[in-house]
Design a protein around this ligand. Structure first.
Ligand code: NAD
Length: 341
C-alpha cells in the first residue's frame, strides 16, 4: 500500500510528539524534517532516520511531500501553510492557527483554492475526560449549560521566556499566557458550550514579568448567544502549574474538568468520573507531562479523515473560532471595550 510522504518543519520542544506519532503509524513515512538550526535538524534526522533540510521551501520543492506538520513559532504558521498549499501539500499545524484572524483566513483560503486539507492541533479535545464530557453534553444528559468558568494558573518565569528567541513577543508569539498556554482551555470551554459567541469583555496585564511585553494575566467574560456566560482567569506567574480547571453549571448537574479528569455530579447525586487511562502512556521522551497522550490520537484521526477524503475534525474553520476568541480577548484588553464577534 502507498504510504503517505510526511515532513515536519520545526524541530523544537513539540517536535517529538509529531515525529513519534508519525513513526508509529504504518501508513506514513517520515521522509523529511526541517529546521534553520542545522545541528538540531541533523541530530533529529539521525534519530528518526530521515532526511534533514535547513530551508523550508527547498524541502517543499524536493521532498515530494503529501503532508507537512508545522511546529514552528506562531508567526510562521500562516506563511508556511500558504507556501505548503501552493506546493499542493496538506497541512497539519500546531496551535495557535496563526497570530491574527486575517492570517488564519488566508490559510483557509489558500488551502481551499489549492484543494489541500488544513488541520490544527488542539490535542486536549482527544483526552478521555474531555471526549467523555462532550459526549454527555451532546446526548443532553446534563441538560442545558447555564454558566461556565475556567482557570489556568501556571508558572512561566522570565527565565522561561529568556530561553526562547520568540516567546514573550507580540510579533512572533502573538501574545503570552492567552495565545500560548490558555488557548487549549479556552478552546475546550467553547467546544463544551458549543454556541455562537456574542461578545468578549476582557482585561489583560503584565503584572509580574520584567523581561517580556506580552500579558501574564487575563480575565474576562465570553458571552455566548444562547445566554451562557463563560468566565476565564489566566495567569502565568503562579509558582507551579496548577491543574487546569473547567466547571460547567448545567440544568441537571455540575461538570468539573480537572487536567483531563471529568467528574459529573447529577442533581440526583449520582456521579460519573472518567479520566486518563494510565495504560495509554506513550514515551515521547523528555517532554512535559501535561501535553498528554493525545497528539497521537489527533494525528491518526487527521490521517484517517484524509484517507476517507473527509474534512478533519479540527479543520481551519473550526480552529478559526478559537483564533477569534484569542484575538478578541487581546482587542478588548487593549481597548477596554466589549468586542462583538
Ligand atoms: N499542542 C501543545 O500542547 C503544544 C505544546 C508546546 C508547543 N506547541 C506549539 O508548537 C509550536 C512550536 O513550539 P515549540 O515549543 O516546539 O517551539 P521551539 O522554539 O522549541 O521550536 C521551534 C523550532 O522552529 C524552528 N524554526 C524557526 N524558524 C524556522 C524556519 N523559518 N524554518 C524552519 N524551522 C524554523 C526553530 O529553530 C525551533 O527549532 C508552537 O506553535 C507552540 O505553540 C504546542
Amino acid at each position: 500500500m502507498h504510504k503517505l510522504r510526511v515532513g515536519i518543519v520545526g524541530c523544537g520542544n513539540i517536535f517529538p510528539m509529531h515525529a513519534i506519532s508519525i513513526k508509529k503509524n504504518d501508513q506514513l513515512d517520515l521522509v523529511a524534517i526541517c529546521d534553520i538550526k542545522k545541528d538540531r535538524v541533523e541530530k533529529e534526522a539521525k534519530r528518526f532516520e530521515t532526511k534533514a533540510y535547513d530551508d523550508y521551501e527547498t524541502m517543499l520543492k524536493e521532498a515530494k511531500l503529501d503532508v507537512v506538520h508545522i511546529c514552528t513559532p506562531h508567526y510562521l504558521h500562516a506563511p508556511m501553510t500558504v507556501l505548503a498549499a501552493e506546493h499542493h501539500v496538506h497541512v497539519l499545524t500546531e496551535k495557535p492557527m496563526a497570530i491574527h484572524v486575517d492570517d488564519a483566513k488566508k490559510m483557509i483560503e489558500a488551502c481551499e483554492s489549492h484543494q489541500v486539507t488544513l488541520g490544527v492541533i488542539f490535542q486536549n479535545r482527544y483526552n478521555k475526560g474531555a471526549a467523555f464530557l462532550k459526549d454527555v453534553l451532546m446526548k443532553g444528559k446534563l441538560g442545558k449549560i447555564k454558566s461556565a468558568k475556567c482557570q489556568v494558573t501556571w508558572d512561566r518565569s522570565d527565565d522561561y521566556y529568556m530561553r526562547s528567541d520568540w516567546k514573550g513577543t507580540w510579533d512572533k508569539e502573538g501574545g503570552g499566557a492567552v495565545i500560548d498556554q490558555a488557548i487549549h482551555t479556552l478552546d475546550l470551554m467553547r467546544w463544551f458550550v458549543d454556541d455562537e459567541i456574542d461578545y468578549i469583555d476582557a482585561s489583560i496585564a503584565n503584572r509580574v514579568h520584567l523581561k517580556i511585553d506580552v500579558e501574564d494575566t487575563a480575565e474576562g467574560l465570553i458571552q455566548f448567544k444562547n445566554g451562557v456566560r463563560a468566565n476565564f482567569h489566566v495567569i502565568n506567574y503562579n509558582t507551579m502549574d496548577s491543574p487546569v480547571t473547567i466547571e460547567l453549571h448545567c440544568e441537571n448537574g455540575i461538570a468539573k474538568y480537572t487536567d483531563g479528569l471529568a467528574e459529573i455530579t447529577y442533581t440526583d447525586t449520582s456521579k460519573e468520573i472518567v479520566g486518563a487511562d494510565p495504560r495509554e502512556r506513550l514515551d515521547y521522551g523528555d517532554v512535559k507531562s501535561y501535553w498528554g497522550v493525545s497528539h497521537i490520537k489527533q494525528i491518526s484521526d487527521f490521517y484517517q479523515t484524509l484517507k476517507e477524503k473527509k474534512k478533519p475534525v479540527i479543520d481551519g474553520n473550526e480552529a478559526l473560532v478559537t483564533q477569534k476568541i484569542v484575538n478578541a480577548i487581546y482587542e478588548s484588553g487593549k481597548t477596554h471595550k466589549k468586542v462583538y464577534l
